[in-house]
Design a protein around this ligand. Structure first.
Ligand code: SAM
Ligand code: SF4
Ligand code: SF4
Length: 378
């Protein structure tokens, strides 16, 4: 087949044209990138909008009423998302996470979940289908999400103290409503629920212990995430990162911890279980996780691709270029052609930003062009 380059229209950052490779890349489920990493995990951003303005993600000064959010016609439709997802699954994806922006703001998201929930992996197993949310709409939506086929949710929550939480979401949203959302998700059967807490030194580190105490023994896994230098607008500084090792030390000093085995290859969180009086893991007390994206790179196992709201594939959270699939989808490409394009893109992947970060000069200016997290999802 001759190489065909699809012209590009309407991109956030100049994307790379998705090329139809000269030879087909059939979907065998055995795809590997240039570093031998398989493709297993797909994160799909369903909207670039959010009702929160967390300063580490969508600072108010940048994401104001003049911010050029994507027009509706630019978004992939649910049918387009499901079609692209099927080709990713054919290449070996086993887990799909819906994200954003705030995914529950996308109108009738349940209809997309229904389409994805019926898909099977290449081994014939049900797809692991989950969603990350700020929890603000969860109390209202938990039942309908479950009914549509969603299996689990991850809820972001940066503190229990109402004043701290309102300051971090920067729209004065009360913590009680997110806690209600978490309870509603549990009641609806959307568990085991994970809670993601981004830790910013000097802002919410004093919330670490109250959060650990609150979720210990609740069946909910609390995960502490190092504040990352994603995007180009959050004014990230290394001195605001609290290394995970310090989080583990802080929690362990009051609530003794033992390290647990990783649950799966490519798992981003290091697991620590609450210990019993004999120093053994007390399963009833549960566990915490730490995600050390800054201090301990896990690129070697990274098996994640990200699909932006307008259909660009990003091979790394820190990439500054996506590969445009929407023009293929809307340009009449067949499923085989779409699968070939995805395979070709993954085969060329060499990204390992976190591993390289430590060797970059601090003033390299690499943040200038990076895509925003609210656009490609966390
Ligand atoms: N709005 C949803 C939410 O907040 O859960 C989903 C999208 S949000 C971009 C996904 C995850 O990225 C959240 O858990 C959020 O805390 C995390 N995140 C955003 N900016 C971050 C940063 N600079 N460092 C670390 N995590 C970040
Ligand atoms: Fe919105 Fe989530 Fe970003 Fe906060 S982290 S601004 S809730 S997209
Ligand atoms: Fe994966 Fe990029 Fe993060 Fe490394 S920096 S773990 S390649 S997303």
């Amino acid at each position: 087949m001759a190489e065909r380059v699809i012209p590009l229209i309407d991109q956030r950052l100049a994307a790379l044209g998705a090329r139809l490779p000269a030879g087909a890349v059939p979907a065998t489920g055995l795809l590997a990138d240039t570093l031998g990493r398989p493709l297993r995990d797909l994160r799909i951003s369903v909207t670039d909008r959010c009702n929160f303005r967390c300063s580490y993600c969508m600072p108010k000064e940048v994401f104001d009423k003049n911010y050029p959010y994507l027009p509706h016609a630019a978004l992939l439709t649910f049918e387009e998302i499901a079609r692209v997802a099927r080709q990713f699954i054919a290449h070996g994806v086993r887990k799909i996470r819906l994200t954003g922006g705030e995914p529950l703001l996308r109108k009738n998201i349940e209809a997309l979940i229904e389409q994805l929930a019926v898909l099977k992996t290449v081994d014939g197993a049900p797809l692991d289908l989950t969603l990350t949310t700020n929890g603000s709409l969860l109390a209202r939506k938990a039942k309908s999400l479950k009914a549509a086929g969603l299996q689990r949710v991850t809820v972001s929550l940066d503190g229990l103290d109402d004043a701290v939480f309102r300051q971090m979401n920067d729209v004065d949203f009360p913590v009680a409503e997110v806690l209600e959302g978490i309870q509603a998700a549990k009641d609806a059967g959307l568990g085991p629920i994970k809670i993601n807490m981004v830790v910013k030194r000097g802002t919410n580190e004093h919330e670490i212990l109250p959060m650990a105490r609150h979720f210990k023994g609740s069946g909910t896994v609390l995960r502490f995430i190092e504040y990352m230098d994603v995007g180009a607008t959050n004014g990230w500084r290394m001195d605001e990162v609290l290394p995970s090792a310090e989080v583990v030390k802080l929690v362990g000093a009051e609530l003794p911890l033992v390290q647990l085995e990783p649950s799966a290859a490519g798992e981003t969180a290091e697991r620590w279980g609450y210990a019993d009086a004999n120093g053994q893991h007390d399963a009833a007390a549960g566990e915490i996780g730490v995600i050390s994206s800054v201090t301990q790179a896990f690129c070697g196992d990274c098996n994640r691709a990200r699909l932006s709201t307008e259909g660009q594939v990003y091979l790394c959270l820190f990439a500054n270029r996506g590969h445009d699939l929407r023009s293929l989808v809307r340009g009449g490409a067949t499923d085989e052609e779409l699968a070939s394009a995805i395979g070709h893109i993954w085969q060329g992947r060499a990204d390992r930003y976190s591993q390289l970060r430590s060797s970059m000069p601090a003033d390299s200016g690499s943040a200038m062009r990076r895509v925003e997290m609210s656009y490609i999802g966390g």
